[in-house]
Ligand binder design. Structure first.
Ligand code: G1P
Length: 292
């Protein structure tokens, strides 16, 4: 039996420059998809996967993220007085239980590996999840739950993977595959953002990880990699002889909210999967497509 995964790290320190001017004052993670901030989907997925502690690796000026997951007594009292029970339930559902949320400040944007390293003291010596909120997943079983279930069987590091077109390997961490049963691929190496002609496969890591804490010792070396950043992929690669690394082809569809087109696609996809909106939206989307 492997230790249960109780903690999730959410790197949210990025400046969101691709979404300026929207992100001049509002954190990128607080921009809504339909009616919920992007980061709330990540927290809901984590909770549905049984995560009990939530660690934001954040930056100064992004305090609204923690505020969003805290109780709001004034607003709650006002909604209560007006009998707005449905709205009250929505506000309360967004709050995390007292004492389960932690924020650590990443002073300098030195890379994803550095962001995860910042959570070391709060994670300690147990397996933990990493969720990159930009990657949103629509699935029957929450993507992180699928990883945690796989981790309970194989241990080590288990990350979500999908096949990408070869010309896109330079956007992802890519697996050098040792064996593959079609669902779970065991890696013998990892490369961060390889050029298409150098990529050992087209199996790419997407923003969901269950990691063995041994990765912290490697990240602590602060070695810089692709883009002159401290890369999580490199830290994981250096543990691969000691810790099994599996990529899980998860059930579901991923939407990359880190780009403007991906963000619009996510809005449409999540709305089309929304029970109250789907029927009204479908003909409208069709009408838009018919416009020449
Ligand atoms: C990060 C990781 C990369 C991973 C990707 C998934 O890259 O470094 O290995 O494949 O997330 O979205 P970023 O998108 O931050 O450049």
């Amino acid at each position: 039996m492997f230790q249960r995964v109780r903690k999730a790290v959410l790197p949210v320190a990025g400046l969101g420059t691709r979404f300026l001017p929207a992100t001049k004052v509002i954190p990128k993670e607080m921009i809504p998809v339909i009616d919920k901030p992007v980061v709330q989907y990540a927290i809901e997925e984590a909770r549905a996967a049984g995560i009990e502690e939530f660690i934001f690796v954040s930056a100064l000026g992004k305090e609204s993220i923690a505020a969003h997951f805290s109780p709001h007594p004034l607003l709650e009292r006002s909604l209560e007085d007006k009998g707005k029970t449905a709205e009250l339930a929505l506000v309360r559902a967004a709050s995390l239980p007292t004492g389960t949320m932690h924020t650590v400040i990443q002073e300098n944007p030195l890379g994803l590996g550095h962001a995860v390293w910042c959570a070391w003291q709060l994670v300690g010596n147990e397996p933990f999840a990493v969720i990159l909120p930009d990657d949103m997943v629509l699935s029957d079983t929450p993507c992180l739950k699928q990883l945690i279930d796989a981790h309970a069987k194989v241990g080590g590091h288990v990350v979500a993977v999908e096949d990408v077109p070869r010309e896109q390997t330079n956007r992802y961490g890519i697996l050098d595959v040792l064996s593959d049963d079609g669902k779970l691929a065991k890696a013998k190496g990892l490369v961060e953002k390889p050029a298409p002609d150098k990529a050992p496969s087209t199996l790419a890591i997407i923003g969901r990880y269950v990691l063995d804490p041994s990765v912290f010792l490697e990240l602590d070396k602060k070695t810089k990699g692709a883009g002159n950043e401290i890369q999580l992929t490199d830290g994981l690669n250096r543990t691969i002889d000691k810790v099994p690394f599996h990529g899980l082809r998860f059930e579901g569809r991923r939407y990359d909210c880190g780009t403007r087109v991906g963000f619009v696609e996510a809005n449409v996809a999540f709305a089309l999967a929304h029970p109250e909106m789907a029927d009204r939206l479908r003909p409208l989307v069709q009408k838009l497509l018919d416009i020449k």
